[in-house]
Design a protein around this ligand. Structure first.
Ligand SMILES: Nc1ncnc2c1ncn2[C@@H]1O[C@H](COP(=O)(O)OP(=O)(O)OP(=O)(O)O)[C@@H](O)[C@H]1O
Ligand SMILES: [Mg+2]
Length: 454
């Protein structure tokens, strides 16, 4: 069944068309005239529009334009009076799927409808696939299996096209620098430099001259003038890491740079215009630093034009296995075969809480690879810290007989659901409490619940 919008200024034709579509099992909406159709079109979705060409004041060609612009996924068939084929051809140039001359033969019309629907179905499926592939593999080096990470990739794709200032937050090791690099690498600035600076690593005077530069004699030891990172990154991107640790004096200067897009070297009276995109990152809760006045609120708003939050790995467990494989692949030498991961090892990885997030997982992969024998990574090849933590978790009877021969993914899903049901039951079905106890978001819990089968 398809949804079809019928447009004509003659009620009798609309009646005939409605009856025909209904007899084919389609649902249709009739709009009397182009004006009404434009309104209906913008408020609703259809698979197909069948429209007369000659109407007033809004004619079929105008309507076609609105449709192509706002509903490009919808096919359009034009109806044209016998003898005005030229207009119909114009309509096809404007993106109509086909035209049928009036008075129409029922068979011919229905055939055209069928072809149009078939075409849009295939076309839209392809589009969906292409879009999925794009967001998934847009960034070759970012593994994004979980909905949360895919969303982050979407945002990266979108902000990369702009010069907006970005603030990336997330626990240590969640991939903040990787995301910052991806934004730069997919922006128009990619040919210029990406310069990171760690605001927690240098004492205030050094950080200041590092960022903004200094002139000769500005302070003891300033034997020559030196350009700062803002100047060096001109045309490119500067990455201010651990921005929460930035001293108050420098916060004030940074704010001015963001406002005026000019820097003044330490000890100089002149400013230079700079064209630099700023990306900042922190694992501090800046809102709390603002409350204790350790961080300027005005600077916070300047920085967080586009906020990107990276969830801790334990809240996006779908990423664990793909990331582990990704790191194994990276660590292997050119001709080494990819090792397999024993189910018991995979389960340990899935159950562990990953306080060090992706970086800890990366280290675990290195560790496991160094200890693995004969191309198999066993549970015992994982770092001892992980094994101990997982052993302390409540036991699961992991090898039910009906699981034999199932794929690892199936098995882990089943076990996960079993565990979720148990926890949920222990909280009398209170999903909010259960999510809290499980240390996952409520949205994640809903998605994973047994009745939310894929
Ligand atoms: N989604 C991901 N896909 C592939 N690799 C990732 C992903 N997330 C993180 N990594 C890798 O994990 C490591 C840690 O990431 P990164 O240094 O970007 O984290 P961070 O948030 O900046 O950490 P910190 O707060 O400690 O500075 C890096 O080697 C990075 O390439
Ligand atoms: Mg970092």
């Amino acid at each position: 069944m398809a949804r079809i919008l019928l447009v004509d200024d003659e009620p009798s034709i609309l009646n005939v068309l409605s009856t025909l579509m209904k007899s084919e099992g389609h649902e249709s909406v009739a709009a009397r005239g182009g004006e009404m159709a434009q309104e209906v079109l913008l408020g609703d979705r259809f698979d197909l529009m069948i429209s007369d060409i000659r109407m007033a004041p809004v004619d079929g060609l105008q309507l076609l334009k609105t449709a192509r612009h706002n509903r490009p996924e919808m096919a359009v068939i034009m109806l044209t009076a016998y003898g005005s084929v030229e207009t119909a051809v114009n309509a096809m140039k404007e993106g109509a799927f086909d035209y049928v001359t009036k008075p129409f033969k029922v068979d011919e019309l229905l055939m055209t409808v069928q072809r149009a629907l078939e075409y849009t179905r295939v076309h839209n499926e392809n589009e969906d696939l292409r879009r999925q592939l794009e967001t998934r593999y847009q960034f070759e080096n970012i593994v994004a299996e979980s909905p949360a990470m895919r969303r982050v990739c979407e945002i990266i794709g979108r902000v990369a096209r702009t010069d907006a200032t970005v603030l990336i937050t997330g626990e240590s090791g969640t991939g903040k620098e990787l995301v910052a690099q991806a934004i730069h690498a997919h922006s128009a600035r990619k040919g210029r430099r990406f310069l990171p600076i760690n605001c927690a690593a240098l004492p205030e005077p050094l950080l200041e001259s590092e960022m903004f530069g200094h002139v000769k004699g500005a302070f003891t030891g300033a034997v020559a003038s030196k350009e700062g990172l803002f100047e060096a990154a001109s045309g490119g991107t500067i990455f201010l890491d651990e921005i929460g640790a930035m001293p108050a004096g420098i916060q004030a200067k940074l704010l001015r740079v963001l406002q005026d897009r000019q820097v003044r070297r330490v000890g100089s009276n002149d400013s230079t215009a700079v064209d630099v995109r700023v990306i900042a990152a922190t694992n501090d809760k800046l809102e709390e630093l603002i409350k204790t006045q350790a961080f300027r609120e005005d600077l916070y708003y300047r920085l967080s034009v586009i906020p990107i939050e990276l969830a801790p790995l334990r809240e996006r467990r779908e990423d664990i296995q793909p990331l582990f494989n990704h790191f194994l692949r990276h660590e292997l030498r050119a001709n080494d075969p990819m090792p397999s991961v024993d189910p018991a090892a995979a389960i340990a990885l899935e159950r562990y809480d990953w306080p060090g997030n992706v970086r800890e997982l990366q280290n675990a992969a290195r560790h496991a690879l160094a200890f693995a024998n004969e191309g198999v990574i066993q549970r015992d090849d994982l770092p001892v810290k992980i094994l101990n933590a997982v052993s302390a978790l409540p036991a699961e009877d992991v090898l039910d007989s009906d699981m034999k021969g199932r794929s690892l993914r199936f098995f882990l899903r089943a076990k996960e659901r079993e565990y979720l049901s148990q926890v949920l039951k222990s909280f009398d079905g209170d999903k909010e409490q259960a999510a809290k106890a499980l240390n996952i978001s409520l949205a994640t819990l809903y998605r994973k619940l047994p009745d939310a089968e894929e």
